[in-house]
Design a protein around this ligand. Structure first.
Ligand SMILES: *[C@@H]1O[C@H](CO)[C@@H](O)[C@H](O)[C@H]1NC(C)=O
Ligand SMILES: *[C@@H]1O[C@H](CO)[C@@H](O)[C@H](O)[C@H]1NC(C)=O
Ligand SMILES: *[C@@H]1O[C@H](CO)[C@@H](O)[C@H](O)[C@H]1NC(C)=O
Ligand SMILES: [Zn+2]
Length: 364
């Protein structure tokens, strides 16, 4: 999460974090390409970048904690919890409301959201929306933060909400029950996504770092996947310094698709410091430690391994079943990328066909 949350936090915290980084914003080496710029005016100029994520914890203790985000979701090690309440959104349709501010803050593309947007069911309290933003890679490297069975998706959207019992995002961000982020994966589809175009068409206006523009308001619900019923839930953190472990994460199983051209626009348009391309703004998956990942749905993998454990002669069936389901899934959500663990087994047209998806099926 790259957020105005963070800059507010950093400002607030500047009295507390007395030690580190009096280094100035004039620091101009490559290592500062993704530096936090939002605390300009504070006496502290915190610098961090995606290229040396291991160093975050020397300035931000929490980044070395045991409940960090993002994580890899191993779909064979999740716990189905039928009692997880379905997410209920309110006020997401902003049609006919004032325009929204869209910002290139040097780390991400961020859309400000009005506090009339809320998660009214799904958590113990009501959570109020503050902003949404994205993480992405390059045309060669997929850049989601979370991974599913070690697979990165091309991009990921985060809609940041704070607990309504706190007065604002910056207050909430350091509280244990402070934040709820809705995350969803963005893959490549064959068609233009008209809803994403409402944001993406404005990118060229804000290619410069620290520039913003206004976009007509629209129904933000349409930036999320069709189905919100199937999701993963775990306790984690902000994915950027100061990495506070205050986020209840919801990752949707259903994915979003944009066209290849639209994804390329996200990957290739925005600039960060020194006119460098703003890309690969994702943190590596963090260790799970003792955490549970709950699911609101029963995964194919869990069903397959449960049966396979009982009767080895059904193994073939399980493999076939999983293969068909995954083939379908990968076809739908296919990114065309096959780096790292791979993806896109059995797809068509312009999309790649990669192999270790098969290997994964065999391991079910
Ligand atoms: C958030 O709320 C606190 C407590 O009411 C207040 O002191 C602070 O100025 C607020 N911050 C912002 C950014 O509104
Ligand atoms: C997250 O932490 C809270 C408070 O400790 C706990 O009640 C809840 O069960 C945890 N959620 C998950 C998904 O583990
Ligand atoms: C969605 O769930 C299916 C079935 O468990 C799984 O194969 C697939 O990888 C999941 N995708 C995401 C993005 O969670
Ligand atoms: Zn984020």
């Amino acid at each position: 999460m790259l957020l105005e949350v963070l800059f507010i936090l950093l400002v607030l915290q500047s009295q507390v974090l007395t030690v580190e980084s009096s280094s100035s914003s004039s620091e101009s080496d490559e290592s500062s390409e993704r530096d936090e710029e939002h605390n300009k005016g504070s006496s502290h100029q915190q610098h961090w970048g995606y290229h040396d994520q291991d160093s975050w914890l020397s300035s931000y203790e929490d980044c070395g904690g045991k409940s960090q985000s993002p994580i890899n979701v191993n779909t064979r090690q999740v716990t189905y919890d039928p009692r997880l309440p379905v997410i209920h959104l309110e006020g997401y349709d902003l049609t006919d409301t004032p325009p929204l501010s869209l910002l290139n803050n040097g780390h991400t593309l961020q859309l400000s959201l009005p506090n009339s947007m809320r998660i009214v069911r799904g958590f113990r309290q009501i959570y109020v929306a503050a902003q949404l933003h994205f993480h992405w890679g390059t045309t060669e490297v997929p850049g989601s933060e979370h991974t599913i069975d070690n697979i990165h998706f091309p991009a990921e959207i985060h809609v940041v909400h704070y607990n309504s019992k706190y007065p604002n995002l910056s207050e909430a961000a350091s509280k244990a029950d402070g934040l709820a982020v809705l995350g969803a994966f963005i893959g490549i589809g064959l068609h233009e996504n008209d809803n994403y175009e409402k944001i993406l068409s404005a990118l060229t206006d804000i290619s410069r770092e620290e520039s913003n523009t206004e976009v007509p308001a629209f129904n933000i619900r349409h930036l999320l996947p069709n189905s919100l019923e199937r999701f993963y839930r775990y306790n984690g953190s902000l994915t950027t310094p100061p990495c506070f472990q205050t986020v209840s994460w919801t990752l949707f199983n259903d994915t979003i698709r944009v066209s290849r051209r639209q994804l390329a626009a996200l990957e290739d348009t925005l600039k960060t410091e020194h006119d460098k391309l703003l890309s690969r703004n994702f943190r590596a998956p963090q260790l799970l430690h003792n955490r549970n990942v709950l699911t609101s749905f029963q995964t194919v993998a869990a069903a397959g391994s449960a049966r396979g454990a009982h009767l080895s002669e059904t193994e073939d069936d399980n493999i076939k079943e999983a293969s068909e389901t995954q083939g379908k899934y990968f076809h739908r959500g296919c990114s065309g990328y096959c780096l790292w663990s791979s993806l896109c087994s059995h797809t068509v047209g312009l999309l790649n066909v990669c192999i270790s998806a098969t290997e994964k099926v065999l391991k079910v």
